[in-house]
Design a protein. Structure first.
Length: 367
């Protein structure tokens, strides 16, 4: 599974020779391995990096099993650098050469489909899942005491599976509350261990509301969606519902972010829009959150010495350090990598008219 640590490693890597980045869609529902090999060969014909082409071909011919929906490969053979990441989410075919890996698509997938914690709950316990970029991993769940519908004040003839003893008096309400509290505590530990950024909760309306109310307020604020589903649901059912609810919640969040960006820019409150203005803030290291419309690309120039970015064709050497400028076909990708190296975040959003009208890119600033 592709992790945030993998992304950080790619963002940090630079090389004196070109780095070849290849994204290949291998979705089994859209073709077979022979068709994808042909598309790969056509992509590789576009580059003149024999060592890297050979390394990529070696991987696909002898290591990749063609079972995933996509794969991202990065190679800089002269430096002994090679990374390959099978993916569970489809991507479009793409090939890129630069002095560092092109992480745009991976950053977009991680942003939209990464770091979800999913909890299925009922009155007896919870099933917990970690959903990340199309992969769903289930944690062994927690099961509390069986909810036996005895009369108030009556005794259960069965010992509880957690902390109960035969003959102990416990009302249904007390049992449910204990089970729910245990499940919520268990879920919080699971979310923390997996660095969950967003939470989905499934179950009946009553059970979801009760479980949510027992989460600490910090985790309640990360709940982005709820849904109705029984505890016996299959992993496939959970995965499909998580994709559906998660994407819907993500679209709403993106709309709110763009509204915030446009409003703050209009009020001159630590925000800018447009590529030229945004690159200026990237150069200053001021970007807290870079917001980019999906698919937006535009050529830019970067100083070979200090890394300053500009879209205006330089008339002379860099005003900052006197270095020479080099032209790149995708200045947006350069900006994204720079922001992540500076500790900022990148949000790739589905095209929204308000952002498109503002130049398809903008930034919320630290100061």
């Amino acid at each position: 599974m592709f992790t945030d640590q993998n992304l950080r490693e790619l963002v940090a890597y630079t090389a004196p020779q070109p780095v070849l980045s290849v994204y290949l869609n291998t979705n089994p529902s859209e073709g077979n391995a022979d068709a994808y090999r042909l598309r790969l060969r056509n992509l590789l014909k576009m580059v003149d990096l024999p060592q890297d082409v050979a390394a990529v071909e070696q991987y696909f011919n002898h290591q990749y099993d063609w079972s995933g929906r996509a794969v991202a490969v990065f190679s800089c053979a002269p430096q002994g650098f090679f990374r390959a990441y099978p993916l569970s989410m489809p991507v479009r075919d793409w090939i890129h050469m630069s002095d560092r890996p092109s992480v745009r698509m991976l950053a977009g997938l991680a942003d939209s489909y990464g770091g979800y914690g999913v909890a299925l709950v009922d009155k007896q316990g919870a099933r917990l899942f970690f959903f990340h970029m199309g992969d769903l991993h289930e944690q062994e769940g927690t099961v509390g005491e069986e909810v036996r519908h005895t009369k108030r004040g009556g005794a259960s003839s069965m010992p509880g599976r957690r902390g109960g003893t035969a003959g102990q008096t416990r009302t249904v309400e007390e049992t449910v509350e204990r089970n729910m509290k245990d499940a919520a505590e268990f879920a919080v530990r699971f979310f923390e261990e997996n660095h969950v950024r967003r939470v989905l909760i499934g179950g009946t309306d009553e059970n979801v509301a009760m479980f949510r109310g027992l989460l600490p307020k910090a985790w309640q604020s990360l709940v982005v969606g709820v849904f109705t589903m029984g505890m016996g649901a299959s992993k496939t059912e959970v995965l499909n519902r998580a994709l559906e609810i998660g994407r819907s919640a993500e679209l709403e969040r993106e709309k709110r972010l763009v509204e915030q960006l446009i409003t703050q820019t209009a009020k001159l409150q630590n925000a800018v829009t447009g590529l030229s203005e945004t690159l200026a803030t990237v150069n200053d290291g001021r970007v807290q959150l870079l917001i980019v419309s999906e698919g937006f690309r535009k050529a830019a120039y970067r100083c070979k010495n200090c890394g300053v970015l500009t879209i205006a064709q330089p008339d002379a050497t860099c005003a900052v350090c006197g270095g020479e400028f080099q032209k790149f076909p995708d200045g947006v990708d350069l900006a994204m990598s720079a922001v992540m190296r500076q500790g900022g975040e990148v949000e790739i959003v589905t095209p929204i008219p308000a952002l498109d009208e503002a130049g398809k890119i903008g930034a919320l600033l630290r100061y």
